[in-house]
Write a protein that binds this ligand. Sequence first.
Ligand SMILES: Cc1ncc(C[n+]2csc(CCOP(=O)(O)OP(=O)(O)O)c2C)c(N)n1
Ligand SMILES: [Mg+2]
Length: 914
Amino acid sequence: MANDTLLSGENAAYLEDLLARFQADPASVDAASRALLADMDGVAPTGPTVTPRSIFHAASSGAAPSEGSDLRAAERQAKVARLINAYRVHGHWAADIDPLDGRHIARHPELDPAFYGLTDADMDVTVSTSPLHGLPPHATVRTILTRLQQVYCGSVGVEFMNILDANAKRWVQQRFENLALAEPVGRDTQVRMLDMLTRADGFERFLGVKFQGYKRFSLEGAESLIPLLDRLLDEAGTRGVKEVVLGMAHRGRLNVLLNILHKPPQDMLGEFVDHTEHSDVNGSGDVKYHLGYSSDYTTARGDVIHLSLAFNPSHLEAVNPVVEGRARAKQDRDGDEAGDRVMPLLVHGDAAFAGQGLNAEVLNLSGLPGYRTGGTVHVVVNNQVGFTTSPHDARSTPYCTDVARMLGIPIFHVNGEDPETVARVVALAMEWRQVFKRDVVIDLYCFRKHGHNEQDEPAFTQPLMYRRIGAHAGVREMYRRKLVASGVITDADANRMSDAFRQSLDEALAQAAAPRAKSGSALQGLWAGYGDPAFVAETAVPAARLSELLRALNRVPDGFSVHPKLARNVFKLREEQAAGQKPLDWAAGELLAYATIAAEGARVRLSGQDCKRGTFSHRHAVLFDTDNGNEWSPVAHATEGQARVEVYNSLLSEAAVLGFEYGYSLDYPDSLVLWEAQFGDFANGAQIIIDNFLVSGETKWNRHSGLVMLLPHGYEGQGPEHSSARIERFLQMAAQENIQCANCTTPAQIFHLLRRQVLRRARRPLIVFTPKSLLRSATSSLDDLANGRFQEVIGDGEGRSRVVLCSGKVYYDLVAARAAAGRESAVALVRVEQTYPFPLAALRDELAKHPGAELVWCQEEPRNMGPWPFVALELLEAGLPARYAGRAAAASPATGFPGRHKREHEELLAAAIG
Ligand SMILES: Cc1ncc(C[n+]2csc(CCOP(=O)(O)OP(=O)(O)O)c2C)c(N)n1
Ligand SMILES: [Mg+2]
């Protein structure tokens, strides 16, 4: 046997692989190859004896055996194996997935048998079908090729060969190769799918006729989305899913609201008829194609699934993390740790999926302990255009879904004009999600019948595409013809179907003008009772209880090795704090807030970059065993029977993580949910979430949130991106009591503030500008936590001739500067601990103690930043004009030069005190 020849050229990799498998387990290799490999390996073959002659017989019956033909047979077998592999990897390139047939992808050369040197003469030779599943052990090369084309190049193209988990990869392979995608669809399902298509198509036509000139972001061209979702819910129901959280953008949203969420058609049409403030929202409201809804969906098989469609802003993909957070909250509440019963479902546009980085961030959350939701089903409504932009201008990769390849999950590209294949793909995707608990992507290839909205002329920008689109009858019509031709239904049945639907819309339209009853407050269910406008709560905790909890924060399991530095410093300090010998530091105030909240039964969830330890090493909410790296969180085990305290380090993202925590807060009002930025400066990476959900969600959608943002802030000479959480931005967006902004100067204040956030019966986002250097230097006594509550303003004596107002850490610098200048009797330093809602009444009370005093506002931030632009106006309008002492207006928040920082700092203190 000429092994040298065999192991050269194109065969080498295949044969090496085969040999390795043979060496590991001879039985894993088909009988025909075993003898060859035994010969190459110098090992006697096991199992049934196979001689070169028998290989030959297996390979081509009848011809005279010879050494040369043995070799050719083995080579042919290797070529076939490579061909099989090529179809698994590249078959999707040749799949018939595009209804417009406009894919500019040349046929992949590796799918051509000639690429491997397989000739026409080889096609009728019988070979082993291994490793292809689903065929008898031997078949002709032609049979294998035909089967590969059927499996991998039909109406669905699958990408799965990049899945690293061998089991998961084999699962997809076997499903495809055993023709799961060719199983017949039952008659009932066929009729139901036609009905869904009829509704999808009928609703758009109806709106097009009755409300010409209105934006509706029609689903036409992608009507298969409706049967797709119907099938998905049906499959989900049979696999135990009870609840689905759905996020989607504008395209087809009205159609989904009607046909999947079953929003009453008279209400939907009413929103077209009536342009007054008709929604259930008390504030500014939102356009109709952003509104959320929830309802129970009864599937074809009779399962009931609760559906929640999340409210979303125009910003594409921004709702994704919110949906994930909502799903996780529901899972946590339900004890559904694996995500068996609650499932997130995201419907994307093709351009947005490829273009928005947030999408990649959210995909990246999917496997992480703090954020996983048991797999999200992603459906891309791939109409092959984004507004006026074609794919070649919209992405650098062939598929719009390529970013999802990083997850090692199956990506199904399916032709939206083949509803039955869509249904089978959906079944497979749903099974994958439930078995592997990982994301899955269905890329629904379709088109957009009109322009971006119905007024746009698409032929201005996509003339050729729209010529092709014009020739399409529409998927409903094509499917109707198919079912009529195959005798599943008659023309009359189909007409009855569309007439009945049309009639229901006519009736709904007749009622649409009638005034509709408001559906009541959004504060229902979990949110019942959270509308208390009196934002007060008793937050003090007896000192003895606090001492007990401080000691509990030092408790670790037997045998857990605490880092010696922590034992020496932190643990010792806590012991002294518990005994009342040392004042409390920031960590004590913060951790005691969590421990007491959890002891009182409310869940605490904190996530962000490095927040287990804390960016500034102050928190140590999670400890790491120095011997084995095991984690232990004392605050999560401080009291018997306490609620959960979870602290998660996040991936290095702001937008996805903040969005996730915001979503979590929507479905877990009875908990404390916090997101911490590494430095507050980085929070602007989540600006969309802040602008479009956090500060405006209540007025747009009547959706409340008690989310806390912890944003380290303070000018300590660390440069332009480690100084400012952009207080000015939050205050600029503060109105109608939408948020709360605080900057605490003591551990007792953060303790009371965080407890207030949970204990009072109302929820508003809380933005806390947290300190850095104060984490170690600011102190409170146990009594400060055992008495009183959060002070929005902290006064300072009486009868001084100047009152310097300030907020945050600069207070301590002012105290030192005042002492150095010997001006204690002349200058009062009054702290505004809460800047929004602006505590004018409390401030007036303090100012009244210093009649006739000059009023100064001092801040570290430049004049155009920090609280000043906001506070100046508030004070002015209150008849309390103040002088400004702070940095000059600046384009960048802080200098990068330490010397300059120090000089500016001294100047602003002097301006305030001197
Ligand atoms: C983040 C963001 N940037 C820009 C826009 C403006 N915009 C609205 S729709 C659209 C095109 C969306 O294309 P695609 O995702 O393919 O969805 P389609 O409308 O085709 O369904 C754009 C750019 C937006 N809504 N959100
Ligand atoms: Mg598109």
